[in-house]
Design a protein around this ligand. Structure first.
Ligand SMILES: [Cu+2]
Length: 471
């Protein structure tokens, strides 16, 4: 055990004792029907028993632990009228909190730490859950059963009225999944600097060292529509890395967020246990790998639930060039991702509210990418999902070269003008979540060439942009 961990455990223990004292003092002040409320100020935080229920004055104490993304036990039986006191002992590998339907909350508890709260006099069945984004949908719920309660009282703590948007800790209240329209999205994109789509130049270095700092921020998608975004180095996608086969990458991951985060580089092959572990706020780790194979490889946060962390912005690309890659005139990188404005995806909704290339819907409609007639354009494309597929197409062109997941399916002839008789071609680069590749085309006329996800409903939700081709 490191000194760090020792200190953390010690301070956690202090925190737990403080929490117990707070409960005890509060009980003296407000007894018998107190409820300890969270700093979030939940509504309806008291549990005054209905007249049909008499407080027994008895206390039921229960210890709840964490296993994976579940609370153990999942059901707590309390004789009706008893006061429930719950200790959350976080035996999991990341932070969790515990909120009850009456508003009583245990604030986030670090792994290895515990905290105690007085839930109040139990008069009816009631649900509890973790409010960290996506955790409730992953199954972090528990049921308090009021043993001996009259059936008519068991509706008073109906959990359905306590919808969890999954944004509790971010302080947001986005409750509607009504997505803004295309015009509103383009207007916001026009007022925002675009994510640079140009592939960063290859350096001579064979060892690439970076610090990736995780922060939690907000992204304004359209007037009045703001969502939480969690990022590596402040942008989503995070930095695009570029190297050759055999290069070493050494990334120091620093978590400056409020919850556990991690990183998983598909570009390397490592035992996941240590480098991909979730680190707590304030902690860091070093993730080193050698890139054994060429490709455009996804990286992403792999903290549960991954759908939540990826769609919140924690992804990026590592481009490892094949050794014999031909020089071209322009190279761009486009990363498609899904955006959900509610937490439905964590419950299995595969259709996003919005989609984006490089983190913002329609941003390259507002800020078109450029090329000139006769230039060979290579577009590296990665689909990070977390759910949607990508059928990448550039309107008005044919791809004379397509390389996907390690192999060419179409490769242009030695004549590079794109018009050699007898050449084969392709209309899309199809990619499932976490697949990547590149396409090449040579525009023959000046004009405006849209690039789209040819799964058209997804293009119309934001996976759309423009190439402005000059003479
Ligand atoms: Cu994360």
């Amino acid at each position: 055990m490191t000194t760090d961990q020792t200190n953390r455990r010690a301070s956690s223990a202090v925190a737990a004792i403080v929490a117990i004292i707070v409960v005890a003092v509060a009980a003296l002040m407000v007894a018998p029907n107190l409820a300890v409320t969270s700093a979030g100020g939940a509504e309806g935080a008291t549990t005054a028993p209905p007249s049909s229920v008499t407080a027994t004055g008895e206390i039921t104490e229960v210890e709840v632990t964490v296993q994976g993304m579940s609370f153990i036990p999942g059901t707590i039986e309390v004789p009706v009228g008893n006061t429930l006191v719950v200790t959350l002992n976080n035996t999991g590998d990341q932070r969790h909190d515990l909120t009850f339907a009456n508003g009583v909350t245990i604030e986030p508890v670090a792994p290895g730490a515990s905290a105690t709260v007085e839930v109040g006099v139990i008069t009816a069945d009631m649900e509890g859950w973790c409010t960290l984004p996506g955790h409730r949908q992953m199954g972090m719920t528990l049921d308090v059963i009021a043993v001996g309660a009259a059936a008519s009282t068991s509706e008073s703590a109906d959990s359905d009225t306590n919808t969890n948007t999954g944004t509790h800790t971010m302080g947001h209240s986005m409750s509607s999944s009504t997505a803004p329209g295309m015009d509103a999205l383009i207007a916001e994109a026009a007022a925002t600097d675009p994510y640079p789509a140009e592939l960063p130049l290859l350096s001579d270095e064979t060892t690439h060292e970076y610090t990736f700092t995780v922060t939690e921020d907000e992204q304004s998608l359209a007037e009045g529509v703001v969502r939480p975004v969690w990022t590596y180095n402040g942008t989503s996608p995070g930095p695009t890395l570029h190297g050759r086969v055999g290069d070493t990458f050494k990334i120091t991951l620093v978590n400056q967020g409020t919850m556990g985060h991690s990183i998983d580089f598909h570009a390397g092959i490592v035992a996941p246990d240590e480098p991909m572990r979730t680190i707590e706020p304030g902690e860091s780790l070093v993730y080193e790998f050698v890139a054994p194979r060429s490709g455009i490889w996804m990286y992403h946060c792999s903290t549960m639930p991954m759908a939540t962390h990826i769609q919140a912005g924690m992804f990026g690309a590592v481009v490892i060039e094949p050794d014999d890659l031909e020089e071209v005139d322009r190279q761009y990188v486009l990363v498609q991702s899904d955006i959900y404005l509610d937490d439905d995806f964590a419950a299995g909704d595969l259709v996003p509210d919005l989609t984006a290339f490089n983190g913002r819907p329609f941003q390259y409609d507002a800020h078109p990418l450029t090329a000139n007639v006769g230039e060979r354009v290579r577009v590296w494309v990665l689909d990070v999902g977390p759910n949607s597929a990508l059928s990448f197409h550039v309107v008005g062109t044919q791809f004379d070269t397509v390389w996907s997941e390690g192999a060419y399916s179409v490769h242009h002839s030695t004549s590079t003008d794109g018009l050699t008789k007898g050449d084969t071609g392709a209309q899309v680069l199809p990619l499932l979540a976490a697949q990547g590749g590149f396409v090449e085309f040579v525009p023959v006329e000046a004009g405006t060439y849209p690039f789209v996800n040819h799964i058209m409903s997804l293009a119309e939700r934001g996976a759309h942009g423009l190439f402005e081709v000059g003479e």
